[in-house]
Write a protein that binds this ligand. Structure first.
Ligand code: NDP
Length: 248
């Protein structure tokens, strides 16, 4: 087991990519704390994971990552019980798409707040403990859209490009304390979001992916696992594309 006894936090772990990341971390021996605002799916996910991996291994906290007091209080509680946090996966993210002329300021701010500010808040309060322990892994989920842009997603792509800049700056700041900070940039992944695509859009997308298929949550979770474990101990500040070659 590559992550035996490691303590991890996965934001947005109630469903989708985050839920798969939780499962992969648990399989490798880590204990997982889910921070998510989706109470129903968060409780269900934690229950499912506890049945599969043991009661003391998976927990759900209804935490809004944009609320600094709530995040700090919950991280302090975990550190009090566990003594440390080894891995943080900043995965929670939302989309509120529109063309710029129709995009409200509120929808711009909301997406930046959750996708970028949320990652800043969680990282800030976890890094304090990681610096003390001289060890840690932070993995930020960006997107191919943060690298290449996408019409109708100015707010989302700005937040995901911001995540890349944030990752590189924080990596430089804390590398000397043995804290490695990396990003994963998924392409189009089979989730509820992409299930809704109509056949024409799906066909057009396929033609842009050299691998000829959408990615799976498994593909993303495996990349996160690599960056969370000791196989990547000398890697920091990178953006690992998981996109079937779409970004080439
Ligand atoms: P989902 O929408 O399936 O899951 C995201 C989870 O985060 C939900 O449970 C959501 O709750 C929760 N969440 C939303 N806002 C907050 C908040 N403020 N605090 C805590 N939790 C919150 O997303 P995906 O699994 O599809 O995506 C996961 C990550 O991967 C995101 O960062 C996304 O941008 C990125 N990504 C996804 C791709 C894809 O194809 N799916 C491609 C590229 C990147 P609720 O359900 O209540 O909203």
């Amino acid at each position: 087991m590559k992550l035996k006894d490691k303590i991890s936090i996965v934001t947005g772990g109630a469903r989708g990519i985050g839920a798969k990341i939780c499962e992969e971390l648990l399989k490798e021996g880590a204990t997982v704390y889910i921070f998510d605002v989706n109470d129903k799916e968060g409780k269900e996910a934690a229950g499912r994971l506890q049945s599969a991996y043991g009661n003391g291994r998976a927990y759900f906290f209804n935490v809004d990552i944009t609320d600094e007091n709530e995040v700090k209080k919950t991280i302090d509680e975990i550190v009090k019980v566990q003594g440390r946090i080894d891995i943080l996966v900043n995965n929670a993210g939302i989309t509120i798409d529109n063309l710029i002329m129709r995009m409200n300021l509120a929808d711009w701010k909301k997406v930046i707040e959750v996708n970028l500010t949320g990652a800043f808040i969680c990282s800030k309060h976890v890094v304090k403990n990681m610096i003390k322990k001289r060890s840690g892994k932070i993995i930020n989920i960006s997107s191919i859209v943060g690298v290449h842009g996408n019409a109708g997603q100015c707010n989302y792509s700005a937040s995901k490009a911001g995540i890349i800049g944030f990752t590189k700056s924080l990596a430089k700041e804390v590398a000397s304390r043995n804290i490695m900070v990396n990003a994963v940039a998924p392409g189009y992944i089979q989730t509820e979001m992409t299930h809704k695509l109509d056949e024409n859009v799906r066909r057009k997308l396929m033609s842009l992916i050299p691998a000829g298929k959408l990615g799976s949550v498994d593909d993303v979770a495996k990349a996160v696992l690599f960056l969370a474990g000791e196989d990547s101990d000398y890697i920091t500040g990178i953006v690992l594309n998981v996109d079937g070659g779409m970004g080439i």
